[in-house]
Write a protein that binds this ligand. Structure first.
Ligand code: SF4
Ligand code: SF4
Length: 76
């Protein structure tokens, strides 16, 4: 199972605020792993880094999916 943010995203930013692991970045924003700055996975919309996301382990609900007004975050 993995998760993605689709093109339905309207860049509201709510999911990034909610994410407990800071796995969600804004369009064109570099993501960071082990102190290294890495190429953005999208320049168009918010994106989710599966290497960082733990699918909200320890929480009852998947926080980003719950808050997204566009239903743009999918488990695939
Ligand atoms: S599932 Fe949870 S940990 Fe993963 S990106 Fe969404 S809010 Fe963050
Ligand atoms: S909450 Fe949904 S619409 Fe808002 S930035 Fe995240 S994925 Fe995009």
């Amino acid at each position: 199972m993995t998760m993605i943010i689709t093109e339905d995203c309207i860049n509201c930013g709510a999911c990034a605020v909610e994410c407990p692991t800071e796995a969600i970045y804004g369009p064109g924003e570099s993501w960071v792993e082990n102190g290294k700055s890495l190429t953005p996975l999208s320049n168009e919309h918010f994106y989710l880094v599966t290497e960082i996301c733990n699918e909200c382990s320890g929480f009852k609900k998947i926080k980003c999916i719950k808050i997204c007004p566009m239903d743009a975050i999918k488990k695939i």
